[in-house]
Design a protein around this ligand. Sequence first.
Ligand code: MUC
Ligand code: MG
Length: 382
Amino acid sequence: WNTLVTKIDQIETMILDIPTIRGHVLSMATMRTQTAVVVVVRFSDGSEGIGEGTTIGGLSYGPESPEGIKSAIDTYIAPALIGRDADSVNAAVHLIDKLVKGNRIAKTAVEIALWDGLGKRLGVSVAQLFGGAVHERLPVAWTLASGNSETDIAEAHEMIETRRHNIFKLKIGKRSVRDDVAHVARIKQAVGDAASVRVDVNTAWSLQDARWGLKGLQDAGCELVEQPVPARYRRAMAELSSGYEIAVMADEALNGPEDALAVVSANAADVFAVKVAQSGGLKRASEVIAIGQAAGLGLYGGTMLETGLGTAAALQLFATTEHLSWGTELFGPLLLTDEILAKPIVYRDFCVEIPKGVGIGVTLDPDKIAFFRRDVGRTITA
Ligand code: MUC
Ligand code: MG
């Protein structure tokens, strides 16, 4: 009977460098290119699955780099999976968790490809594999991060007029707290009630900075502050969550279900930014969602600014999540100058639509992959 089991035959990894439409100014780095790690898994029955594992700003955001993600897959994850049963994604996840510590983004890229392959073989979407979608579309935020208040205001007005976004996340933390608060207040004043304004500090503040910052931000009409202090500062996050009306969201602090439980236990957030890549894959992200839900926290569908591939995978999972009260920020493909999917993800009426179809619901455009790939690629086989 063993010959009837579909096996994992080959795992190919590649690095893509895709320019951004403008400089994306974050507290720790300015992005002019996004670097994605794409994985293609080929199975013994001829089917394929695709996945993505992407980070932001090289090694400035978190402990995994694009080159490290590719190397972890090529050297440790792929050799362990070749020849294994393709249809048990759980068995693959458990095996890799045993063999590889950390490296959640690398695990994510491969895990997404396994779910995609399974869905394609069964003729169902990944959302169906997770119990079925309850949304056809989800609200989607845009990040204003040009580095200039006037440019940000013009961009915000255009997004509202074209009905593409009415939720804005401002990237702050690079300038002084006072200057950042003034920048946020100007933008909120310019958009008024037509849009929700939120900020992401990407860990740049001390607790002292954050006390002044949160006070100023909530007076300016900002609704939510994301990861104001470093990921490990749970006591500070707890003080900020309970001390102000403005919602405090955990992002960098959330690396998988164990962190989710620790954040909940410490009362260290009002909202979870659920990121598939940071969680270690769709399965682990679903566990982060479950913990947040059980604790009565708000949920937000976060992004690592993935291409349409990783974005589609995240959409499959978030489509199955009943209450995503803060919406999503799955706008990654819109920040890039070019599309790598055969058919782009649809953005309209302030929402992103869940791609329909089997697996993660999207396929790659081979010419675009050939154009943007940095390396010659590496294929691990038996
Ligand atoms: C982050 O820290 O949340 C998400 C949107 C964006 O512009 O950057 C990211 C990363
Ligand atoms: Mg963030």
